[in-house]
Design a protein around this ligand. Structure first.
Ligand code: SAH
Length: 350
């Protein structure tokens, strides 16, 4: 079925639409510019009302998402956003402010099918995929909000919010194309990262299809047995499948691979794990990001202590591995993935 959300469309697709309603082609470009500014039909000043009315009568609408709540961290300026989609579903995002720019963490699905043992996003399973325009809409809405406050907009994007991006492959690819379109948001392709639990066939396909976001792999375990215990997807793809896929990705794109490793107390944080992990990534152009696990009540897993995380890091460094501990941000505004959404759904009636 044809999408009625205009933000789902490229300029070329908008051109087909305006032609269909007997309007000159240049109107598509105007429409596209407004859409990328987050404007509603009312705000599209240089487009004749008759054309906008015609679109509206045919059921078309410009934006698929709005910000309904904003929480600002008093510690580091991090902002957590809660967005509402047109069908009433709620998703969340985080804007992290660094010296070099502003990174927005973007969601790709409502819920998630992957059901990792530590993650809040998969607790209700997959509710639905987001369309390309709904993914883009998160960036557009935050840019608009920051413009009002006269602040710098989004300069970097990480597809690390709720959902598994490669489980929503077509919409995510379309989003990648739209967000880097020079006639639109024109975000540098180098500033986009995609985080995946490791859908190997899709990693290969992404490179073959000509996309090259920084590939971030949620590894979280140094061997298949442990990985199967915490990540159901590990039953389908082994760690060696992942290594094969990311080598292919690196050869095609030249982008260094990032591995994420959330540190779970007494589970994946031992010295043996560090040795195995070093073995797994040996010889790869990669970096390891150690993530202090955020406690999710429904999951009940505890994060490793700071001491253990730094010991683990030192053990990896000794093996010559490039490794950092991810700085935890926005600690006062509801931590991990999916947590804010769940809290708000429980507390308030959206
Ligand atoms: N589905 C994708 C992206 C979403 S999650 C993926 O698996 O990569 C983004 C990152 O946060 C992943 O590395 C995920 O494993 C991690 N994560 C999820 N819940 C977490 C928690 N409670 N504490 C720390 N990291 C978590």
């Amino acid at each position: 079925m044809e999408s009625k959300l205009l933000a789902d469309r490229s300029i070329e697709e908008l051109e087909l639409l305006v032609e269909k309603i007997h309007q000159p082609k240049f109107r598509a470009k105007q429409l596209y510019e407004w859409l990328n500014k987050g404007a509603s039909f009312d705000g599209m000043k240089n487009i004749p009302k008759s054309m906008l009315d015609a679109l509206s009568e045919d059921g078309y609408y410009p934006q698929g998402i709005e910000i309904v709540k904003e929480l600002r961290s008093s510690l580091d300026g991090t902002i957590k956003y809660l967005y509402r989609l047109r069908d009433g579903n709620i998703i969340e995002g985080v804007l992290m402010k660094y010296k070099y720019g502003n990174t927005l963490c973007v969601s790709t699905q409502v819920g998630c099918r992957m059901n990792c043992a530590f993650c809040a996003s998969g607790l209700d399973g997959l509710i639905r995929n987001l369309s390309a325009g709904e993914i883009l809409g998160q960036v557009v809405a935050v840019n608009r909000e920051n413009a009002v406050d006269n602040e710098r907009g989004v300069t970097n994007i990480v597809l690390m919010g709720s959902g598994e991006p490669l489980d929503n492959y077509d919409n995510v690819c379309k989003f990648l194309t739209l967000v880097s379109d020079e006639r639109g948001l024109n975000l540098s392709k180098r500033n986009v990262s995609l985080s995946t639990c490791g859908l190997c066939d899709k990693i290969v396909r992404l490179a073959d299809d000509g996309f090259s976001p920084t590939m971030t792999i949620s590894l979280h375990a140094p061997n298949d047995e442990m990985r199967r215990e915490i990540m159901p997807i590990a039953k389908k793809y082994s760690i060696s499948d992942i290594i094969k896929a990311v080598k292919y990705y690196f050869d095609k794109t030249g982008r260094r691979i990032i591995f994420e490793y959330s540190m779970i107390a007494g589970k994946n944080d031992t010295e043996i794990c560090a040795k195995q992990l070093a073995e797994v990534v040996k010889g790869l152009a990669c970096h390891i990001n150690l993530i202090p696990l955020n406690y999710v009540k429904e999951r009940g897993l505890d994060g490793s202590s700071k001491k253990n995380i730094y010991r683990f890091m030192a053990q990896l460094e000794k093996q010559g591995i490039s490794v950092t501990v991810r700085r935890s941000m926005g600690g006062d505004i509801e931590g991990a993935c999916g947590q804010l959404r769940r809290k708000v759904l429980k507390d308030e009636n959206y």
